[in-house]
Ligand binder design. Structure first.
Ligand code: NZQ
Ligand code: ZN
Length: 394
């Protein structure tokens, strides 16, 4: 097992009606003027937003609201938020929503105390030294941003989708009431589960084979959400299974499943170019490229793919051929994606094949013009990225 530092400082407040504690929590973390940040309609429609505002009022905490964050959150909205926070002297940001709202909140939180352009952080041109406190009332288990140190923002100028990771932006607290996820459409539920599994798998597929405890946690997370998703797709108000998925979403991306491993993250990088160009849901984009990535790289560690096949996908071990077992696991994963309504190719994702120019453009952006690689299990160069996009073009 590799050396590691495990840091997960977010206070998790999980359970029925947990959002009722929000006002007191903001007070506990010294928020006196809050930006309540939210998305399109879901939090308003469900009455959650109104409830949160009431909780703040009951604690005598002043607030301003800023909604309209879209999936694949935009830099222009972040700029608006920074301006609003400065004008209103906001000292605490509360994200009511999913990964997009939380990531937008984190970007605003970096931007308020920074004199330069916040996008510099995302382009690797500067490192944040300060950040307003951020917290969340989570409404969709998926991105894991409630406990991660990352924020992913899309700059409309050039369709650039970039992530920035810094512990300063980790949520002070995350309120998670699985009841709040009952209203999720089937498609968003499936996208969320795909992302949760992928966060675990990005850490699982590595060259590090001596991490039994971490593997056991990862495989449990994967098996749990893989089973629970079928229940909630049929019974959207099944609390027990919504709760499993919600907690798994945080465990999958708070690094618990990465202790002692290097992680790969190539599928995520390849997907970010798809959602930057075609504005697709992140989870669906991951499903569209994963199988092609897996077939491209599995020979780097056949045993690991075979272990995944048997322990996660329930494939019978073919003792004569680890390779056949590994490939059967990849096929089983793709059958699973189809069964929950996810695509397993780019044509299935966007309704048409991508052109050769689009493949080259995505690979070029993903490799920063050929100067950067991605992935660890197999280090991918621009040409490898193009090859994987071509394989996934179905
Ligand atoms: O905008 P509203 O109306 O709220 O609708 C949202 C949105 O359309 C809807 N939704 C959320 N909660 C709901 C609900 N609808 C009904 N009932 C509810 N309770 O779901 C849609 C998707 O929301 P979004 O926040 O975009 O989803 P998700 O949590 O999957 O976040 C995706 C973003 O996170 C980034 C992705 O790239 C993408 O931009 N990621 C962030 C990470 C991080 N910060 O650590 C890691 C991930 O790998 C990922 O890259
Ligand atoms: Zn993800």
């Amino acid at each position: 097992m590799r050396d590691f530092i495990y840091y997960a400082p977010t206070q998790v407040v999980f359970g029925i009606q947990s959002e009722e504690k929000t006002g007191k929590l903001v007070k506990q973390y010294n928020g006196t003027k809050v930006l309540v940040h939210y998305g399109g309609q879901s939090a308003e429609r469900s009455g959650l937003l109104e409830k949160i505002c009431r909780m703040l009022e009951e604690e005598g905490i002043a607030y301003v609201k800023q909604g309209g964050v879209v999936p694949n959150p935009r830099l222009s909205k972040v700029h608006e938020g920074i301006e609003l926070c400065r004008k209103e002297k906001v000292d605490f940001i509360l994200a009511v929503g999913g990964g997009s709202v939380i990531d937008s909140a984190k970007a605003i939180a970096y931007g308020v105390p920074y004199e330069g352009e916040v996008w510099d952080f995302y382009m690797g041109k500067a490192k944040a030294k300060a950040c307003l406190p951020v917290a969340t009332v989570l409404t969709i288990p998926a991105a894991g941003s409630e406990m991660s140190n990352s924020s992913v923002i899309t700059n409309e100028d050039g369709d650039l989708k970039k992530g920035y990771s810094n512990d300063l932006s980790r949520c002070k607290f995350a309120v998670m009431n699985p009841e709040r996820t009952f209203t999720l459409p089937k498609y968003q539920t499936a996208c969320g589960v795909t992302d949760i599994m992928m966060h675990t798998m990005e850490r699982y597929f590595s060259h590090d084979d001596d991490m039994t405890v971490t593997d056991a946690v990862a495989e449990a997370v994967l098996r749990t959400v893989k089973d629970s998703v079928f229940v909630v797709l049929k019974e959207s108000e099944n609390y027990k299974h919504r709760a499993q998925i919600m907690w798994a979403g945080s465990l999958a991306h708070n690094d618990l499943t990465g202790c002692g491993t290097t992680g790969d993250w190539a599928t995520h990088q390849l997907e970010h170019e798809l959602s930057a160009l075609f504005d697709v849901a992140h989870g669906a984009g991951l499903a569209a490229v994963w199988g092609s990535w897996a077939r491209y790289v599995y020979k780097e560690n056949v045993t690991r793919f075979a272990q995944f096949a048997v322990n996660v996908m329930g494939v019978t071990n073919d003792f004569k051929s680890a390779e056949d077992t590994a490939l059967a696991g990849i096929e089983a994963m793709e059958r699973f994606y189809h069964a929950i309504g996810m695509p397993v190719g780019i044509r299935e994702l966007i309704g048409r094949q991508v052109t050769e120019e689009e493949i080259k453009l995505m690979a070029d952006k993903c490799s920063l013009g050929g100067s950067a690689t991605t992935g660890n299990l197999k280090v991918l160069y621009r040409e490898d990225m193009e090859n994987i996009y071509r394989m996934a073009n179905k």
